[in-house]
Design a protein around this ligand. Structure first.
Ligand SMILES: CC(C)(COP(=O)(O)OP(=O)(O)OC[C@H]1O[C@@H](n2cnc3c(N)ncnc32)[C@H](O)[C@@H]1OP(=O)(O)O)[C@@H](O)C(=O)NCCC(=O)NCCS
Length: 168
């Protein structure tokens, strides 16, 4: 059966606004991530902010937050990667997180829409992401956004164990 086209979701509706991250949002982003992962990674987030949070005009990365008043209730981060694995420029989403109390209210969908609008404006045709295979919540969410299995597979190597075995 053909998918019904999604109604466009405006970047600002109701009490929640989607906008580019600001330096002053970072503490809340770090807390939101820590709530989900159980780890506070301040150094990591400082690096992410430097790389993605200060994108100038013409740059192809996005660090968007959803805010209700002064409260950050969600974020999405991604970028365009050129010719990785032989693929034409492609959008990659590598983090999305919605505050637990704010879930199932369409905020994740709005962040996705804003990110995809940015990709389209940059002339990018594909969006990819990776997720843990047991994360059924995130899988359900991405599927709801129309994402399907990609024609690529991730591989990994235990580099510590491989040492001395005549392998990489
Ligand atoms: C996945 C996540 C981003 C969804 O955000 P959200 O704001 O709740 O999503 P939305 O309200 O826009 O929901 C869109 C669709 O996703 C799916 N979905 C959302 N929550 C779901 C749930 N608990 N169970 C099943 N499907 C769900 C539904 O299909 C939903 O559409 P519907 O409301 O018409 O049923 C949010 O739950 C989250 O941040 N989870 C943790 C993410 C995480 O692990 N991040 C770390 C790795 S990047």
């Amino acid at each position: 059966m053909a998918r019904r086209p999604r109604a466009p979701i405006p970047p600002t509706s109701g009490a929640v606004t989607v906008r580019a991250v600001r330096r002053s949002d970072l503490d809340q982003v770090i807390a939101l991530d820590a709530q989900e992962t159980g780890l506070e990674k301040r150094d990591y987030w400082e690096r992410v902010y430097k790389r993605y949070g200060r994108a100038g005009r013409g740059e192809q990365s996005w660090f968007l937050v959803a805010v209700a008043g002064n409260t950050v209730v969600g974020f999405v981060i991604g970028e365009v990667r050129d010719w990785e694995f032989g693929s034409p420029p492609c959008g990659w989403l590598f983090a999305i997180n919605i505050e637990q109390e704010a879930r199932q209210a369409g905020i994740g969908s709005r962040l996705m829409t804003s990110f995809c609008d940015g990709l389209r404006a940059a002339g990018v045709r594909k969006l990819r992401t990776m997720l843990s295979r047991d994360n059924t919540l995130v899988l359900s969410f991405f599927r709801s956004q129309g994402m399907m299995a990609a024609p690529i597979i991730p591989l990994e190597l235990d580099v510590a164990a491989a040492a001395g075995k005549g392998r990489a």
